[in-house]
Design a protein around this ligand. Structure first.
Ligand SMILES: Cc1cc2nc3c(=O)[nH]c(=O)nc-3n(C[C@H](O)[C@H](O)[C@H](O)COP(=O)(O)OP(=O)(O)OC[C@H]3O[C@@H](n4cnc5c(N)ncnc54)[C@H](O)[C@@H]3O)c2cc1C
Ligand code: FES
Ligand code: FES
Length: 1375
């Protein structure tokens, strides 16, 4: 008996006895097939990276059914006789890319590329679905909903999808690389063959019951099987019924549970049919949710069915609905209290369930009885069908509506609360009704019988509704411990009110609109515009060239660390981390009675660090940090050990089964808050030279102020990176105790040092290779080091290759995120709004270890100084807590600095009752104040573009006019309020040393190596363009096409030393500058040959001659940032301080100037750390802080190290206007429009920069709190981006000291997302004003803090959890 299936047209046959039935399709694809294009990202069904097309043949109807599924949840055995198509199967580099790949590439819709294969398959499937009709723009927008992308901001992906729509106007599509109307053609008739002919002849069922996996074809057969199993159960046989298996995305422990038998129930005839009967519709329990939706839409006679279908479309994502069954959902709800939508809406619809029970036989129960009954027994009870009755034929009018409040409006997020109401109404009187609520933290969906009874037979008035809502408050009560408890219960009255409002009899219609309940209008279609200047001065630099390798990424052929084929004997590791904040680790074992997988080989801990090595997992400029906890664990998530096994699954399972024995007796309680840390003086030192500088005299500023706000408080939460590729590494031991580590990291150089220090081997025996990274956002800087080092330790100990691909939950728990902080500030200001002084105290939660947190204070201040505060002083405390160690997330500290600045501005505005926009404008910098705050970083006066950009965006976004429209909207709408806000940003960045090498090969092709890592930010593309430009200066024939001959290759720390750190937004520039230097050297070497040739010469000829004459065609260089006249003034001092020391080794000469510079007493450690900076010529950190020494020496050449003091810092400017609409019933915020103006200088590649700007903006739009899965951590999806998104890149002309006058784009635009937060605050302010009016509170000052992140519960809480009750009360009082 065997499993037969096809992948991308290739036949696979596996003996059923050899397959572990718990193997997922993804595991098979990635580890046992040659097709690696499916990516693993969440493993929970929550991201779409693993989506494949599944095709099934129906021999009776002789047709093929194609649909997407998430391969991470689909079991391999479920795909018997099916065909799978991955993105690589659609097209590839060998046979030609598919049009989808080419369009995604041409629309610049792939950055890190980790999401792109999944996107391609989802789009392909959407196109197949519409093959009988036309693919519309509306469908295009939904094509990839449910697929997550962390890099692009979705806009270009949606545009690529829309380009296939029949009703699209090509002119409306966003920035792309296709000439007008010349999109790569798509012939829908010329289909990819998703189901090969040979499979059609092999349709046999595997129902013998002989194997661990069986597929009965009828209920009778199933009964026989189950009865057999039941008998066997007396000796402990365990059986699992499997439909779509999608429940394991939520109940992850299920995957590790061992079952003796898996019974696939999807082929049981009686359970897979949909039948329309006289009284309703009967749906087989294994019918997928997608098929239920399609069927309900067909039955038009019953309007309620359309509403049910529309609600079901919000359950999960399409690729889950395509495989997840209606019965599976209800069983999850019944047995495991899953917060189901299906149960709630079917409860209101009056559904019933047919059950076959081994003990009770066949029975039909109402859904209510089903939900309330004891949990179904594991395979004793089977749900056969679900019946939904018709209601339309009854004599009364039928009202039916469903509701859900969830972080994502269109699905892919569990609801905070869902509801469905059915009412039979005659002459506005409620005859009877069914009111169902669920998912709010209740065991199962409930009917509010008391309210139903109360309303039945009543005419609806405000008072009746008020009473009903009071009754409701007693029924919809979440269980203790439910998150956002008050918020969840507050949603119920809103939905009830919404449902019944149309029946309200009002005696006195009002002219002020307050009796009108504004209906939510359908959201406008996504739309965008991009204004991108193209410069051809340095052609091909400045061209919007498509991202290097984008099609390869789309087809899934691009190789990430986990795609590297496993070497022979490869082992896999999984981390065991601490679950206690502070405890003594007494030992590690496996849980009693647990079945530890056979393949587990070792548990690697600090004891396995080799002799001569140190327990170091992280080595950076600020020092080292341990790899494994030794006697004590200092925070939850601290690495304790690495379990090593024969497969990743076995390693993960074993890590889950690990039991760490802790002891907390006699230990101090852990420090879990910044306040506690301050109280216990648990603080990290901030080196004085990293401490930002105060500006002016704040006491004087305060005394000059007309008004003061004293000791106001702000709290900022954390945020998780959510790179799509989690942390991963592969370590391979090599000869002579050396080791090669493939690491997905932003810091190969530091990974290198960490591995060497931990293994106790010289650095020349370590080699770190990084080709591409599936998104980093700072999370793969410091936090990638222990991952690579742990693999290295295990590989060294076991002398076998060891790799790990950290699962999402572990990644979320171990890597931490953005720094949360508490800010207390006092601000003084004039009556005009001009601020005169700002004093801040900032307590930063660093966690248990320091990492790079010492950079945060200066970054906060760098961004906060965007306004002229008059005078500025601050006190920072880096609080050492027993909480997760934080990492430097994209724009670290700068994001917080921006939010703090805006919160203060808004508070000042509120206290003066002025518009925040007025306060912002009045406090914008002049060039003089800019120079005072930023010193040399301010650049030349003509480079300061912010104030003109402020005005320009005001005009182009129609700011003033829209402010009035928003005002009018707010006056005439009760339940929706809008806000609009314009926010400026200043973002200082620093250039730092970066190496490069350019080599020309004998056929004229060029290989480039750079220190920077390709993280999706387009670094390779810009580098290629730069090499094309700089070699093109030779002006021989063929140099115009040089870009096509250039290949940028992976980073290798033994080939390219001093690779430094990819981060801080300027690595692309630095890498380009290094490449330019190398090319200049080559040009110098090649020019004499051209001159000698005496006439035009082609590039290939030139290179042939150069080879013949042994011209050195490989040049390497280290780019060190340029100096400016200002810095020249200090130049002599810098040279004398460092040059002499490095040459002579007279260390006192290094130390002395440092002591003088520190400006005060300095500790030995602190001092030595600074020396470390000097001796390690690769640290950009100093430059970040106006400490502009460049110690960058080209160590692969024999140049004399001559450090110069250089101005490496410059400022980036941007302005954004965002307009939002807040739903006061749910607290949901919709971003209606965002307009961005961003100064990119002369962009190196405007397409890449545009992608960075849009992507960065969207990254910070969500900012949800840190949790441990895609179920609770919700990054932005396609349905939550601005409906209208306009971006203009400003070419602000020359910046002489920048690389070809360009500026940074990676991180700065992230700060512009603060405009959404500020606009939300404006809308909330309007809601609050209205609420106060209803409540009769009349104070003019509206001082409130909108927390970051402004989640739905947060917004609703501010708008009034009792808003509906207050409204009804007010209304009855004015009647
Ligand atoms: C990412 C994601 C998001 C989701 N979002 C939502 C959401 O917003 N709202 C919502 O309501 N749901 C949501 N779901 C739940 C989803 O609808 C269910 O996972 C799916 O319907 C389960 O069906 P299945 O066929 O995969 O069940 P399976 O996983 O195969 O089975 C689930 C359980 O039920 C048992 N079982 C299955 N069928 C039967 C049967 N006929 N009789 C007896 N026992 C049976 C199985 O043994 C198993 O224990 C989400 C799921 C995922 C993965
Ligand atoms: S990896 Fe399968 S959906 Fe995320
Ligand atoms: S390009 Fe989509 S996640 Fe990186």
């Amino acid at each position: 008996m065997s499993l037969v299936f096809a992948i991308n047209g290739q036949r696979f046959e596996l003996a059923l006895s050899s397959v572990d039935p718990s193997t997922t399709l993804l595991e098979f694809l990635r580890y046992q097939s040659p097709f690696k294009s499916v990516k693993l990202s969440c493993g929970e069904g929550g991201c779409g990276a693993c989506v494949v097309l599944l095709s099934r043949y129906d021999p009776v109807l002789q047709n093929v059914e194609d649909f997407t599924v998430s391969s991470c949840l689909t079991l391999l055995c479920s795909i018997n006789h099916c065909s799978i198509t991955t993105s690589e199967g659609l097209g590839n580099s060998r046979d030609g890319f598919h049009t989808i790949h080419n369009r995604l590439s041409g629309f610049h819709a792939s950055q890190c590329g980790f999401c792109t294969p999944g996107m391609s398959v989802s789009l392909f499937s959407a196109l197949l679905d519409s093959s009988s009709s036309e693919f519309t723009v509306l469908e295009a927008e939904k094509a990839v909903s449910g697929n997550l992308c962390r890099c692009t901001g979705y806009r270009p992906i949606v545009d690529a999808c829309k380009s296939f729509a029949a009703d699209v106007d090509i002119e409306d599509l966003g920035f792309n690389s296709f000439c007008k109307n010349s999109l790569p053609p798509f012939d829908s008739e010329k289909r990819v063959c998703s189901f090969p002919e040979f499979l059609k002849d092999e349709m046999k069922s595997i129902d013998s019951g002989m194997h661990r996996w069986c597929s009965p074809g009828s209920v009778e057969e199933l009964q026989r099987l189950l009865q057999g199993a039941r008998k066997a159960n007396s000796v402990g046989l365990s059986v699992k019924l499997v439909a779509g298996n999608t429940s394991t995305g939520y109940y992850k422990d299920e995957r590790d549970r061992h079952y003796d038998k898996y019974v696939d129930i999807t082929r049981i005839r009686e359970m897979k049919e949909i039948r329309e009967t006289q009284n309703g519709v009967e749906i087989g329990a294994v019918v997928t949710i997608s098929k239920v939706i399609a069927a309900l839409k067909e039955i038009r006679v019953e309007k309620m069915f359309g509403k049910l279908a529309a609600h079901m479309e919000k359950i999960a994502a399409r690729f889950i609905r395509n495989f997840g069954s209606i019965g599976g959902n209800l069983v999850m709800a019944q047995r495991k209290q899953f917060p189901s939508d299906m149960a709630t809406i079917l409860l209101a619809a009056g559904a019933s369930v047919n059950i076959m029970s081994l003990s009770r036989g066949l029975e039909k129960v109402t859904l209510e009885q089903f939900l309330q009954g004891p949990p179904l027994e594991d395979y004793y009870d089977l749900v056969l069908t679900i019946e939904i009755p018709f209601w339309h034929h009854r004599s009364s009018e039928l009202l039916f509506e469903t509701y859900r409040a969830a972080p994502r409006p269109n699905g892919s997020a569990l609801a905070y609360l869902n509801a469905a109401f059915l009412a039979q109404v005659k002459d506005r009187m409620v005859i009877n009704c069914r009111l169902a609520f669920g998912a709010y933290g209740t065991k199962h969906a409930i009917r509010c019988k008391e309210v139903e009874e109360f309303l039945s037979g009543k005419l609806i008035t405000d008072n009746v509704l008020s009473e009903a809502i009071t009754l409701l408050g007693k029924s919809v009560v979440p269980q203790e411990g439910t998150s956002n408890l008050a918020y969840r219960s507050s949603l119920a009255p809103g939905f009830l009110f919404n449902f019944f409002h149309s029946l309200i009899i009002t005696e006195k219609p009002s002219s002020n609109g307050y009796y009108h309940l504004d209906q939510p209008k359908p959201l406008p279609m996504l739309s965008s515009s991009q204004h991108v200047p193209i410069n051809d001065e340095y052609f091909p630099v400045g061209e919007p060239v498509t991202k290097s390798g984008a099609s390869l990424q789309a087809s899934g052929e691009a190789v990430y660390v986990d795609d590297i084929p496993a070497p022979a004997n490869c082992l896999y590791g999984a981390f065991i981390y601490s679950t206690k904040p502070y405890a003594k680790v007494k030992g590690i074992s496996f849980k009693e009675n647990s079945v530890v997988p056979d393949g587990v080989l070792a548990v690697i801990s600090y004891k396995d660090v080799p002799k001569g090595g140190q327990n170091i997992g992280l080595k950076f400029s600020f020092g080292t940090e341990p790899l494994f906890a030794e006697d004590f664990t200092l925070h939850v998530g601290q690495c304790i050990a690495l379990v090593v096994a024969d497969t990743q699954r076995h390693a993960d399972t074993a890590a889950n089964l690990a039991l760490v024995e802790y002891e907390t007796e006699d230990l101090e309680p852990p420090i879990l808050s910044v306040e506690d840390a301050v109280k216990k003086s648990s603080l990290f030192e901030i080196y004085p030279f990293l401490y930002p500088q105060q500006v002016g005299d704040t006491s004087k500023g305060m005394s000059e102020a007309d008004h003061r706000i004293i000791s106001s408080e702000i709290r900022l939460g954390s945020q998780y990176f959510f790179y799509m590729e989690t942390q991963t590494a592969l370590a391979v031991p090599d000869e002579d105790s050396s080791i090669v580590v493939y690491s997905s990291c932003q810091t190969p150089q530091y990974v290198h040092s960490s591995v060497a220090a931990c293994l106790g081997i010289p650095e020349n025996k370590v080699r770190i290779i990084t080709r591409r990274v599936g998104g980093g956002f700072g999370g793969k800087a410091v936090k990638a080091m222990p991952v690579a080092t742990a693999c290295a330790v295990a590989a060294n100990k076991l002398q076998r290759p060891v790799r790990t691909y950290v699962n999402r939950k572990t990644d979320m728990i171990m890597t931490g995120g953005r720094h949360p902080m508490k800010i207390t500030y006092s601000v003084g200001f004039k009556s005009t709004g001009k601020i005169t002084a700002l004093e801040l105290e900032i307590l930063i939660d660093v966690g248990a270890t320091l990492g790079l947190s010492m950079l945060i204070p200066s970054n906060i201040i760098g961004a906060l100084k965007k306004y002229n505060w008059g005078a500025l002083s601050f006190d920072f405390k880096l609080c050492k807590t027993n909480l997760l160690s934080k990492a430097i997330m994209r724009a670290p500290g700068d994001v917080q600095g921006t939010y703090i600045a805006e919160a203060i501005i808004e508070n000042v505005a509120s206290s003066l009752s002025l518009e925040a926009d007025t306060i912002r404008k009045i406090n914008l910098h002049t060039y003089d104040s800019l120079a005072l705050f930023y010193k040399d970083g301010a650049g030349e006066p003509h480079e300061y573009t912010l104030s003109s950009m402020w005005d320009k965006l005001g005009v182009s976004s129609n700011f003033e006019e829209r402010v009035s429209i928003v005002r009018e909207f707010n006056e005439s709408n009760i339940w929706r309020k809008r806000g609009i806000s314009r926010v400026p940003i200043i973002y200082p960045v620093s250039m730092f040393a970066t190496p490069g090498r350019v080599s020309v090969l004998s056929d004229g092709t060029v290989v480039v190596e750079v220190g920077g890592i390709e993280l999706g930010q387009g670094l390779w593309t810009k580098v290629k363009q730069m090499a094309g430009y700089a070699l093109g200066l030779l002006q021989c024939d063929g140099t115009e096409e040089l870009v096509d001959k250039i290949r940028v290759v992976q980073s290798d720390t033994l080939s390219m030393v001093q690779g430094n750190f990819t981060g801080g937004s300027t690595t692309s520039e630095g890498s380009c500058a290094a490449v330019r230097l190398c090319c200049e050297t080559l040009v110098k070497r090649l020019k004499p040959l051209i001159e000698k040739s005496g006439g035009p010469i082609s590039w290939n000829n030139l290179i042939s001659q150069a080879y013949a004459q042994s011209v050195n065609l490989s040049a390497s260089d280290l780019y060190t940032p340029e100096e400016t006249p200002t810095q020249y003034l200090n130049y002599g001092v810098a040279v004398s301080e460092v040059e002499i020391d490095l040459v002579t080794g007279q260390t006192f000469k290094i130390l002395k100037p440092l002591i003088e510079k520190s400006g005060g007493p300095i500790s030995w450690n602190n001092l030595i750390s600074q020396v470390y900076f000097f001796l390690k010529p690769h640290c950009f950190l100093i430059e970040l802080l106006d400490f502009h020494y460049s110690q960058s020496v080209n160590l692969s050449a024999s140049d004399l190290y001559t450090p110069e003091e250089t101005p490496t810092q410059y400022l980036n400017y941007g302005v954004a206007v965002s307009e939002v609409e807040v739903d006061l019933v749910t607290g949901q915020t919709t971003v209606l429009q965002t307009d961005i103006l961003y100064d990119s200088g002369k962009s190196l590649n405007p397409a890449v920069d545009l992608g960075q700007i849009e992507g960065a903006f969207i990254t910070d739009s969500e900012g949800l709190l840190l949790t441990d899965s895609t179920w609770t951590y919700k990054i932005t999806t396609v349905d939550t981006i601005p409906r209208q998104f306009n971006v203009e890149i400003l070419n602000s002309g020359r910046h002489e000291k920048r690389v070809l006058t360009s500026k940074a784009s990676g991180e700065p635009p992230l700060l512009l997302a603060a405009s959404v937060h500020c606009a939300t605050r404006e809308a909330v302010k309007e809601a609050l004003k209205q609420l106060r009016m209803w409540k009769g509170v009349n104070d003019s000052e509206l001082m409130f803090q909108l927390p970051v992140p402004a989640t739905m519960p947060v917004v609703k809480e501010l708008c009034g959890l009792d808003i509906v009750e207050s409204y009804l009360e007010w209304k009855s009082s004015v009647n």
